[in-house]
Write a new protein. Structure first.
Length: 109
């Protein structure tokens, strides 16, 4: 019985450091003019399938990101899409960004 438990215990202990080797990006997306939060904006890490939509308070969080430098693409209907370049994600850290989207004059009535 102990011979069966030992390999599982060893696997569990070895996997703990792997979970701590990622970082996260979080922030808030607002209207640049009114400063009201934007619900449902898309925040994507360029070149990956990782991203999030902003919540009721305009907040978002993308977790389990490998350390490195990334570009964020932020978009929402009737607003100009922005590209935030060179955002650094460090191991075990949360990178915070607050973003302001400008209305797209081409989509205004």
């Amino acid at each position: 019985m102990i011979k069966r438990i030992y390999p599982l215990l060893l696997l569990f202990i070895c996997s703990i450091p792997l979970a701590a080797q990622t970082g996260a990006i979080k922030g808030v997306v607002k209207d640049a003019t009114s400063k009201e939060t934007i619900i449902g904006a898309n925040v994507l890490i360029e070149g990956t399938s990782q991203g999030a939509a902003t919540d009721f308070d305009g907040g978002f969080e993308i977790r389990q990101i490998q350390p490195g430098n990334y570009n964020l693409i932020i978009s929402f209907i009737s607003y100009k899409t922005i590209r935030l370049e060179g955002l650094e994600v460090a191991e075990g850290k949360v990178t915070t960004v607050d973003l302001n989207l400008e209305e797209d004059a081409r989509n205004s009535a």
